[in-house]
Design a protein around this ligand. Structure first.
Ligand code: PLP
Length: 408
């Protein structure tokens, strides 16, 4: 007889992105070389710029190794305020900014602060894998809207209106991702305006995860929810991981710009959450502040990275276009490609089998679409150099060809 048992919500805590890591390790031990296209981790292929590393080292040398202000060191909070003024024309005050250990921690704080058992929140599929887990961790459930693949993965506004219509208990929040992981979509201004309208009409807090806001390809135009949602309660999430090429720093932030009663209550409660966990990584906060303040160096580094990512995505898309069993919407930002699989022609059970077999047979590690709420798809991270991406997609194409012929 056991004296204790795990909590009920803990059964939902699982990461689809890392679930094949053990299998990949086993294959490595057996001498296979695995191409890993499953982790959205820019510094693996784009070393964090030297001036950012120098700022981190300098912070250490200057003794910035103690606990720091819980909501973020003033240097970083000011740098974030400047960034939003310069980039988006958004005016923020100190208390609007809450620095966290990555967007991951901000999501945990938000769900803990907002979700009671049986409360609902709206997320849209395909979603970033942490979203449903973070809701369920607090006994909540999610209402599933969708991005529309037929419409370039832009928000399906009709579906959103449908799931909200006539609900007696309104959802606690609605969460969108722009640019999107796993589709690489940059949402249209029109869809954002409509979503804000819906949030306003139903009085639902809107949360916009904009962690890829600087990884946008030429021709696409990213609009922040903060530019449009004036007067409608909203939260913007962002951080060091992607645009500042520093996933391991574990620095993110939540911005709550509103001055309405809900926004005021929320930002003060989030500050309490920050205090309870003491602070985010202190030297990393100084390094991110330096990275944000050195706009010339940052612009240079990020534009080089985005140019290279776009090339890598383009070369993958070219090869994917030769594959008759996959259909792919062209990404406009981030670094993900999310093909739909013609499962029937490949005679595979589902996307899980597709991804596992691809790893076992061709030694290419990707992520199953069902992990993002979108079965019959898989996600490719397109950060590796074009030669590696090219080699991987050739293997994906061979794999599909072989499976279309087998067991006929
Ligand atoms: N939000 C999205 C959409 C992501 O893709 C990721 C990481 O891949 C995160 C949040 C996590 O970000 P962080 O490293 O700041 O915790």
């Amino acid at each position: 007889m056991t004296a204790w048992k795990l909590s009920a919500p803990s059964k939902y805590v699982h990461s689809a992105i890392r679930e094949d890591d053990d299998l990949a390790d086993e294959l490595r031990k057996a001498g296979k070389e695995i191409i890993k296209l499953s982790s959205g981790d820019p510094p693996v292929y784009f070393p964090t710029p030297k001036y950012v590393i120098d700022a981190y080292v300098e912070a250490l040398r200057n003794g910035k190794t103690s606990y720091s202000r819980s909501q973020g060191v003033p240097e970083l909070v000011n740098a974030i305020i400047d960034r939003y003024r310069n980039r988006y024309g958004i005016e923020l005050e100190d208390q609007d900014v809450l620095v966290t250990s990555g967007v991951a921690e901000a999501l945990t704080f938000l769900n803990s602060a907002l979700i009671d058992v049986s409360d609902a929140a709206v997320i849209l599929m395909p979603y970033y894998t942490q979203y449903p887990v973070a809701i369920r961790m607090f006994g909540g459930k999610f209402l599933l809207g969708r991005y529309d693949e037929e419409n370039g993965w832009d928000i399906d506004l009709g579906e959103l209106a449908r799931i909200l219509k006539g609900r007696r208990r309104k959802p606690k929040y609605m969460l969108i991702t722009n640019p999107n992981n796993p589709t690489g979509t940059v949402l249209s201004k029109r869809a954002l305006e409509e979503v804000i309208e819906i949030a306003n009409e139903h009085r639902i807090l809107l949360i916009s995860d904009e962690i890829y806001d600087e990884i946008v390809f030429e021709g696409a135009n990213l609009v922040s929810v903060g530019e449009l949602a004036k007067g409608v309660p909203h939260v913007i999430l962002n951080g060091a991981s992607k645009a500042f090429d520093a996933t391991g720093f574990r620095i993110g932030y939540a911005i709550v710009p509103g001055h309405d009663a809900l926004s005021e209550e929320l930002k003060h409660k989030l500050a309490d959450y920050c205090r309870v966990r003491l602070c985010a990584n202190t030297p990393a906060q100084y390094a991110l502040a330096a990275a944000m303040n050195n706009r010339a160096e940052h612009e240079k580094a990020v534009s080089e990275m985005v140019r290279a990512i776009k090339q890598r995505v383009e070369s993958a898309m070219k090869l994917l276009a030769e594959n008759p069993y996959l259909t792919t919407v062209r990404p406009r930002g981030a670094f993900y490609i999310f093909p739909r699989i013609d499962m029937r022609s490949l005679k595979l059970r589902d996307d899980k089998e597709f991804v596992e077999s691809l790893l076992k047979e061709k030694y290419v590690q990707t992520t199953r679409g069902s992990g993002f709420g979108a079965p019959n798809h898989f996600r490719i991270v397109s950060l590796a150099p074009s030669t590696i991406i090219g080699e991987s997609i050739e293997r994906v194409n061979d794999f599909c060809e072989e499976h279309s012929k087998s067991r006929q």
